[in-house]
Write a protein that binds this ligand. Structure first.
Ligand SMILES: [Zn+2]
Length: 200
């Protein structure tokens, strides 16, 4: 455990710099002019997973923005967790309400301010870096798969089809959703229920 904590501690600044790199990409799924940014964000995620130690990571096409899929299978007989996150963000408007530019991360009062820092690049990155730390310290106890989509903020129109077409690839014992909050900064929280979208 100490080795793991040391790794996290010793690489903290690099982790932050890498997260800032992702936050600087304006991957706004609701605006078609950001199409190239969507691909850039997906490629950034792919490279992050590969550098973290995934056996493979790739952009998989959908009818809309690609899904980033990555995995590390240490032993097929061990349990597998599937981590879900999304690389798209909400539009930053109204811009005049921002105290700092939405795609230039700024730390204020110990918190990172940028569009997507909280939803959902920060949470997804936290799991990617926990994965990296366990891979690099040889403490990963299970198989891990990542499915990072790029259309969550527009209602995930391609995700159900993607899941149906890739049931074997996505097979897992547990799914972790990297898209929720914590009650407080020092209280790890497991969210057991969420509101959905209902269009009448
Ligand atoms: Zn989200």
């Amino acid at each position: 455990m100490k080795e793991l904590h040391d790794y996290l501690h010793n690489n903290r600044e690099r982790f932050l710099e890498e997260l800032y790199g992702l936050l600087r990409i304006p991957s706004v799924s609701a605006v078609t002019t950001h199409k190239a940014d969507m691909i850039r964000a997906a490629e950034y995620w792919r490279d992050t997973l590969l550098a973290a130690g995934a056996d493979k990571a790739e952009l998989m096409p959908t009818a809309g923005n690609p899904v980033v899929y990555g995995e590390k299978i240490i032993d097929p007989s061990k349990p597998t967790i599937l981590v879900y996150a999304h690389y798209d963000v909400m539009p930053p408007d109204p811009l005049d309400k921002w105290l700092s530019p939405p795609f230039e991360p700024q730390i204020r009062d110990g918190r990172i301010f940028a569009r997507g820092a909280d939803d959902d690049k920060g949470q997804g990155f936290m799991h990617a870096k926990a994965f990296e730390a366990m891979v690099k310290t040889d403490t990963l106890p299970c198989n891990v798969k990542f499915m990072i989509e790029g259309e969550e903020e527009i209602g995930s129109p391609s995700l159900a089809g993607f899941c149906r077409e890739n049931t074997a690839l996505l097979k897992a014992d547990v799914i972790i959703i990297s898209d929720t909050g914590m009650i407080a900064q020092d209280i790890p929280s497991i969210t057991v229920g969420l509101r959905g979208l209902a269009y009448m």
